[in-house]
Design a protein around this ligand. Structure first.
Ligand code: PYC
Length: 329
């Protein structure tokens, strides 16, 4: 910035502060964030300015975040600063031993258990800041410790929490009486995975994919309210990959990445069916064509590999005189 402009900006910032003090208006809160994307899916890591959630286990801190500080979630993730597709990642001190960091993930409607693309984004962010280098980093999350390996070539492999299929071939009757079947599986979040939806997993079909996945969620939630992600699967575009997915996230957005926890849930189902051996590579393509590589260990822990790119370093300004200071609900 030319010196003269920098001077002007500084002096107007001073005037702004002085005026607020004079009028008894509190200074805006500042939340320092770094944005990244993993296979097209954005993550906003909150470095400072978030609420103090104490030192307890991460599941307990997540509960506190939801009950007492939900306004921070909407200020960070909802419009006008965020969007339906953005995942927030509040960086906190870990509770579990020998962890590099703790993280609480959330989106425009609430907290998430784990987030695969978000963990890759977090590791890329910490590397961008020079806080970590290549190697193994244990990350504490509300659903357990995950292990992220930052590779020399900037890819990140996340060994997720143990994933499993809870129920196979569950039928869902849709409004038009059509029946779809799918598996219920845990991959750090709860998923209903469905292949017989008869739609092409294609960007030109987004509206139809939205409609059917939302209808499936409405129906399945009557018996299984914990399922908040719907994963529709189909053949890949690229023959090097094994499948393509469309993942409806809590709220209304679809995952632009192949969804780390969704890929974990898929690996758990394949493993349970004997269709994937421990260590065998599964290449999961997303609706926009980005790819995660996945394997599953003999004890059911999936490892997801992908890469994130930092897109912004920013300070969010929360000005209480702004009627939309805490986000559009
Ligand atoms: O990558 O696990 C994931 C994820 C969950 C929601 C959005 N992305």
């Amino acid at each position: 910035m030319p010196v003269v402009l920098a001077d002007r900006a500084l002096s107007s910032a001073r005037t702004f502060r002085a005026e607020r003090v004079e009028r008894g208006i509190s200074m805006p809160r500042e939340i320092v964030v770094i944005d990244s994307h993993t296979g097209g899916e954005p993550t906003r890591v909150v470095l400072s300015g978030g609420p103090d959630l104490g030192r307890g286990p991460l599941a307990e801190r997540t509960r506190l975040f939801s009950v007492k500080f939900d306004a921070y979630r909407s200020a960070i993730c909802c419009e006008p600063r965020g969007s339906d597709v953005l995942v927030g990642a509040l960086l906190v001190e870990p509770f579990e031993e020998n962890c590099t960091a703790g993280v609480i993930f959330f989106n425009n409607v609430g907290p998430l258990g784990m987030c695969g693309h978000g963990t890759i984004g977090l590791i890329a962010t910490l590397a961008h800041l020079g806080k970590i280098g290549p190697g193994i980093h244990r990350i504490d999350t509300p659903v357990g410790v995950v292990t992220a390996t930052l590779h020399e070539d900037h890819r990140v492999s996340v060994e997720n929490v143990a994933s499993y299929r809870k129920e196979k071939a569950v039928s869902v009757v849709l409004e038009n009486k059509k029946i779809v079947t799918g598996d219920i599986a845990w991959g750090g979040n709860w998923f209903f995975l469905c292949e017989d939806h008869e739609l092409k997993i294609n960007k030109t079909n987004i509206e139809e994919l939205y409609v059917i996945s939302q209808e499936i969620r409405r129906e399945i939630n009557q018996k299984y309210p914990e399922i908040d992600h719907i994963e529709l699967l189909g053949p890949p575009d690229n023959p090097e990959n094994h499948a393509k997915n469309f993942v409806l996230c809590p709220g209304g957005a679809y995952d632009r990445s192949p969804c780390g926890t969704g890929t974990s849930a898929k690996l758990a189902c394949l493993f349970a069916d004997g269709k994937l051996e421990a260590g065998q590579v599964w290449r999961q393509e997303s609706i926009i064509g980005s790819v995660f590589e996945g394997t599953i260990g003999p004890e059911g822990k999936p490892t997801i590999t992908g890469q994130a790119f930092v897109t912004a370093e920013a300070t969010l300004i929360l000005d209480e005189t702004d009627p939309l200071c805490w986000g559009v609900q």
